[in-house]
Design a protein around this ligand. Structure first.
Ligand code: OFO
Length: 163
């Protein structure tokens, strides 16, 4: 049985993962409408992964005898200056998510919830991969520069996001 504090923080994470999914979906739609199908594809895949993360939290809370609450989500932005701004924002957002995953682990340790400590490790590893895959995209983008966005868009099409 989940302790109330742990159930609460896990429920808060449902909202954060859901928002991540909508944020990347909004970015994907922006990129698609600006004629960048490769970037859009990367962001659509990322949005799908975030939805999967959200569902993992829903499953886990209910499996442990808690109650997963499906929240209303804040509206994600719909416009960005350019792709450089988009990927910087993705990285910043992933760092914020990593910090909240760490907060969950810290609380699980404090509450002696060994099952949650074990379960959340998957996300700890996942966040390392996600930050690194976004950094890779930013590095490529910086190398190619503004004048080679067409090439960058083709290049990213083959890049897989973290699981
Ligand atoms: Fe982008 O990561 Fe979910 O957790």
């Amino acid at each position: 049985m989940l302790k109330p504090k742990v159930e609460k923080i896990l429920n808060e994470q449902i909202k954060k993962e859901g928002y991540s999914s909508f944020l990347y979906l909004s970015m994907a739609s922006w990129a698609e409408s600006k004629g960048m199908p490769g970037i859009a594809q990367w962001l659509f895949a990322q949005a799908e992964e975030e939805k999967m993360h959200m569902l993992k939290f829903v499953d886990y809370i209910n499996e442990r005898g808690g109650r997963a609450i499906i929240p209303a989500l804040d509206k994600a932005p719909e416009n960005w200056k350019d792709v450089f701004v988009i990927f910087d924002e993705v990285l910043e957002h992933e760092k914020y998510i990593s910090a909240s995953i760490n907060d969950i682990l810290a609380l699980a340790v404090k509450e002696n919830d060994f099952a949650t400590q074990n379960w959340i490790q998957w996300f700890v590893t996942e966040q390392v991969e996600e930050e690194s895959s976004v950094q890779l995209v930013i590095d490529k983008l910086n190398l190619l520069g503004k004048h080679n966005l067409y090439m960058f868009d083709r290049d990213i099409m083959g890049l897989r996001t973290a699981e």
